[in-house]
Write a protein that binds this ligand. Structure first.
Ligand SMILES: [Mg+2]
Ligand SMILES: [Zn+2]
Length: 181
């Protein structure tokens, strides 16, 4: 498992309520254990690629500059834990207007163009929404759905369901070196 594609809201940082967006860097709060999980991936030589839908840009609730400031804050928070992202891919578009808004695989495919050594079969997409799972499936990666503690599992196409990013990374780094999750 060489490349880890990570969702942002609800995976790395606390998810804003439906229909709301992290528009201000001060609103970005890392989830417990998330930075440590990324650091663990960095330390094990895994590539970490953020893939995030941010429709608030298309809705003109925030600008690309606002989003860049949020991602600068995210990088700074991670850096404070000795962790980093190798790349960030954003879909700023409205539903149905592009090929990159998850559940479509466009963001993952863009990363695969930029990093030709990415092997989908040796990669995994981790997120808290079924749209993350479907994007990973469409791009040919393994898939992990994060569901939070104590919830009965939803009906999901994911290869693995667990509570949070730290759990997912712990499971994947100790599992077999093969392509499957
Ligand atoms: Mg999410
Ligand atoms: Zn898009």
């Amino acid at each position: 498992m060489r490349t880890f594609f990570l969702d942002r809201d609800g995976t790395l940082n606390a998810k804003p309520p439906d229909g709301r967006y992290v528009m201000d860097p001060a609103e970005l709060v890392l989830l417990p254990g998330a930075a440590e999980a990324v650091r663990e991936l960095n330390a094990h030589g895994r590539r970490v690629v953020l893939v995030t839908n941010q429709r608030g840009v298309a809705r003109r609730l925030m600008t690309s500059a606002d989003l860049a400031a949020v991602h600068a804050r995210l990088a700074a928070l991670l850096r404070g834990h000795g962790a980093f992202l190798d790349a960030v891919y954003v879909c700023p578009h409205e539903v149905g207007e592009c090929g990159c808004r998850k559940p479509l695989p466009g963001l993952l495919r863009a990363a695969m163009r930029d990093f030709p050594d990415i092997d989908p079969a040796d990669s995994v997409m981790i997120g808290d929404s079924e749209s993350d799972v479907l994007a990973g499936k469409a791009a040919g990666t393994g898939t992990v759905l994060l569901q939070g503690p104590g919830k009965p599992p939803d009906n999901t196409a994911a290869d693995l369901v667990t509570t949070d990013l730290r759990m997912a990374v712990g499971l994947l780094l100790t599992s077999s070196k093969g392509g499957c999750v």
